[in-house]
Design a protein around this ligand. Sequence first.
Ligand code: AMP
Length: 396
Amino acid sequence: MASIDTFSFRGKRTLVRVDFNVPLNEKLEITDDTRIRAALKTIRKISGDGGKVILMSHLGRPKGGPEPKYSMAPVAPHLAKLLNQPVLFAPACVGPDAHDVINRMNDGDVALLENLRFHKEEEGGDEFFAGQLAELGDTYVNDAFGTAHRAHASTAVIARFFPGAKMFGYLMEDEVSALDKVMRNAAHPVTAIIGGSKVSSKIAILENLLSKVDNLIIGGGMAFTFFRALGGNTGNSLVEEDKIPLAAELLNKAKEKGVKVLLPGDSVIADRFAVDATVAASESLNIPAGWMGLDIGKNAVSDFRACILQSRTVLWNGPMGVFEMEPFATGTLDIARALAEATAGGAFTLVGGGDSVAAINQFGLAGDVSYVSTGGGAMLEALEGRELPGIAAIRG
Ligand code: AMP
């Protein structure tokens, strides 16, 4: 497999699949350019080598045809500013409009193609459409981890047209290497911290992790379904009644596999789901009627922290409590701090998937862990043990 760092792009037209699915306001201004910034290293390397960089992405959810509000056009001037060089814009991603722009490019130039999802063939993984895209380049680079779990024309199918000239971009390389450090070649002991509201959305992840980790920390609303499986009283806490048997089964499986499961022994409870609720502390197995657990308690934090600090690899997905409300954010903040401490001590720590990423950013601790994944859905599917088509297409 070729590597972006050692490959010379000089004189080559390089098609780069990026994830520029950025939020736009009503004036079509970009309100958060994190995803664009994440691709700059790859763009600069190819352009710096004297290659022609042809960027392609989707934006929003157009219904298979052009829709002005989902045009990639506003991204071109924004990217030009970040790169400090002009960015050409092609008003279509295939056909004469795309070819015309690319034919005008000089070595080192950057061009951006119109939204891939203006063609329903993109999400359909259409081979002919992938071939039309492939005609535009001599080399293919995938740097779009956010869509790596989709077998779309531009993320997976297209790679077949570049048997000896396909590779990951820098962002994708970082994501894949972070995942490998947890899922493939982790240093033990490995601890996974899984939180969030529902067991039902994390079943596949929990099952997959049971064969990878030494310790499984379960926090957040989902812990209460486990407490019910253990015969506890959970008051008004979030419980998925129909998942209680499954929680019991997961606890049994963990025992069989020798995985230590840590549940929060105590909780911060509230009389209402509200920021100004009356708050108290309680044992998690015995929450009084009318009260609900909305965060892990002090003893749970110290148990979890001790386990995290003894680990060489830590994966964190899902908050420990309702971190969006200040009175119930402490547990999640303390766990984020423990991760930072473990990282400083030499552990590899990965934060991935949705709300835990939002939490670590909110606390300003993203720079203190080893890696924060940029791909929500893609990361969750990888944690479920599924092979991601965008990754497999490059590796295979
Ligand atoms: P998920 O999308 O399943 O990862 O869950 C994230 C959400 O879980 C966040 O919005 C949290 O506010 C919520 N959450 C975490 N702990 C609890 C809890 N004890 N009770 C209710 N919701 C919770």
